[in-house]
Design a protein around this ligand. Structure first.
Ligand SMILES: [Zn+2]
Length: 497
């Protein structure tokens, strides 16, 4: 049974989709007034994990993510730069898609844009007016929260805090100003507007998600996600609009991702500590490590982003990649063992049950790490067989359909001369400890191996990788093991001097 923590009910609940085997998922997308920062992407990655996991569990997922290309902020930004709205938002939309790709996020089925769904929004607003949930004032149209008794259920605001009859025109506001919120904003000088049946103007922010979700997913659907910042007012208002208009439950499960802080501080433009995906990749060009870092904290916990944490993620991931490569490309004696089959099925069950528990990523990763540990022991003891390795490889492949971060290292694909393929170990101090029949290496090559060890210890992965390649060009293949680095010769090593 899959369980999710439902913000609406405040507890973990068993997940049952409306149609067995099919999940309809709506996730609030970016407001394209600026480059999205890493905090935004934490939410998009949580949603990607959720979607990939549901697919892993055999569900067909239909995923819709809107793009807010008109609201207070986009209009203000375009004005400041003296650009048309579409011209202004274009570069942020392009950057958003480039970042999604860099982070290996599975694309949504549809990315509807607000400006392309004005008729759908107008239709819902008309209906709300007809049903008495909305009223017109000075050319604008407002939702009357007093008419919707369930208002506040998602964000748990008490009814005493409500100010029915008072109006709020801005798209974003705090809980302190719970007012009738704007659905349609009257035409204003210098703002884009549409001529419609409900008068000239433009939509408020919240109505677009009600319009686009019902268009692409239906009036009732399974899961709606966003960051915790979206709970109030945005999601509260979406519920009011949709349920008042359609008279049925809007969404069954509301999942919200918590904040990302940077070096312990909330990230915000006013603090000047926001950071974008390209900014980070300029400093450390390892998008898989960034993805891994952002996924590896449970979505309902605050995530503290630091470059040290990113380096640690890179190291952890490098270990997984090397293991995956060793399993995929290593050569093992023919056959299979019951022990390996047991290890794999246990790991698989634990990985599934971990994520089934409200996406408990720590439990899932522990399942993977335990398997790596056990298989490494089997390899070291010469017990892993070729079909065992294939089973482990398959498991890693299926795990990675969810994680999307593993790139098995191919450095061991090169054909190894059977005589010189015996492995040797250098301990961190640089002392050769391994087997007696060492492949010959020169003092210079040994020096390179030791320099690479130091680079790794200093987390200078770029240098470590360069030294690894340099050695590979000389016919020395390196393998990192829990005991230290091992090498084998790909071809008779070059002699110098
Ligand atoms: Zn939304």
């Amino acid at each position: 049974m899959i369980t999710f923590f439902n913000t609406l009910t405040g507890k973990k609940e068993g997940f049952v989709p409306l149609t067995p085997g099919e999940v309809k998922l709506y996730t609030c997308g970016p407001t394209v007034y600026d480059f999205a920062h890493i905090g935004n992407f934490r939410a998009y990655l949580f949603e990607d994990l959720l979607k990939r996991f549901l697919q892993f569990m055999g569900h067909k997922v239909t995923h819709v993510m809107n793009i807010t290309d008109i609201d207070d902020k986009t209009i203000k930004g375009a004005k400041t730069q003296g650009l048309g709205l579409a011209e202004y938002t274009r570069k942020y939309i392009a950057a958003f898609f480039a970042d999604l790709k860099a982070l290996n996020i599975v694309p949504a089925d549809v990315y509807p844009r607000a400006t392309e769904h004005i008729p759908e929004m107008v239709a819902i607003i008309k209906r709300l007016v007809q049903k008495g949930f909305a009223y017109k004032k000075d050319g604008s149209i407002y939702f009357s929260i007093a008419k919707f008794p369930a208002y506040g259920r998602l964000s748990k605001i008490s009814l005493e805090e409500l100010h029915p009859g008072q109006r709020v025109d801005v798209d974003e506001y705090e809980k302190e100003s719970v007012h009738d919120f704007v659905l349609w904003k009257a035409k204003k000088e210098g703002e884009p507007f549409w001529e419609t049946e409900i008068g000239p103007g433009r939509p408020g922010w919240h109505i677009e998600c009600s319009a686009m979700s019902s268009k692409y997913l239906g009036e009732s659907f399974d899961i709606h996600c966003g960051g915790v910042d979206n709970i109030f007012p945005h999601h509260e208002n979406e519920i009011a609009q949709s349920e008042a208009a359609f008279g049925k439950t809007f969404v069954n499960y509301w999942l919200h991702c918590h904040h990302l802080v940077r070096d312990g501080e909330k990230m915000s433009k006013s603090r000047g500590n926001t950071i974008t995906i390209p900014d980070i990749l300029k400093i450390m060009d390892n998008p898989a490590a960034l993805r891994y870092l952002l996924l590896s904290t449970h979505y309902r916990k605050t995530l503290n982003f630091t470059f040290k944490a990113l380096e640690e993620a890179a190291t952890a991931l490098e270990r997984i990649d090397e293991f995956a490569g060793q399993v995929r490309y290593g050569s093992y004696p023919e056959g299979e063992t019951p022990q390996a089959a047991q290890m794999v099925s246990e790991a698989e069950a634990r990985f599934r049950s971990g994520l089934s528990d409200d996406l408990n990523i720590s439990k899932a990763m522990t399942a993977l790490f335990n398997l790596i540990k056990k298989v490494n022991v089997a390899i070291a003891q010469g017990e892993l067989r070729s079909r065992d390795a294939k089973a482990v490889d398959r498991f890693i492949g299926s795990v990675d359909r969810v994680l999307g971060v593993i790139n098995p290292r191919q450095s061991v694909t090169i054909k190894v001369d059977s005589v010189s393929a015996k492995l040797s170990v250098i301990e961190p101090g640089g002392i050769v400890a391994g087997e007696t029949e060492l492949p010959e290496i020169t003092a210079e090559q040994k020096e390179l191996i030791e320099r690479r060890q130091r680079a790794r210890a200093d987390k200078d992965f770029a240098l470590a990788d360069r030294l690894r390649r340099e050695l590979l060009e000389q016919g020395i293949i390196l393998e990192d093991t829990p005991d230290g680095v091992r090498w084998k010769a790909a071809a008779p090593p070059k002699k110098t001097g």
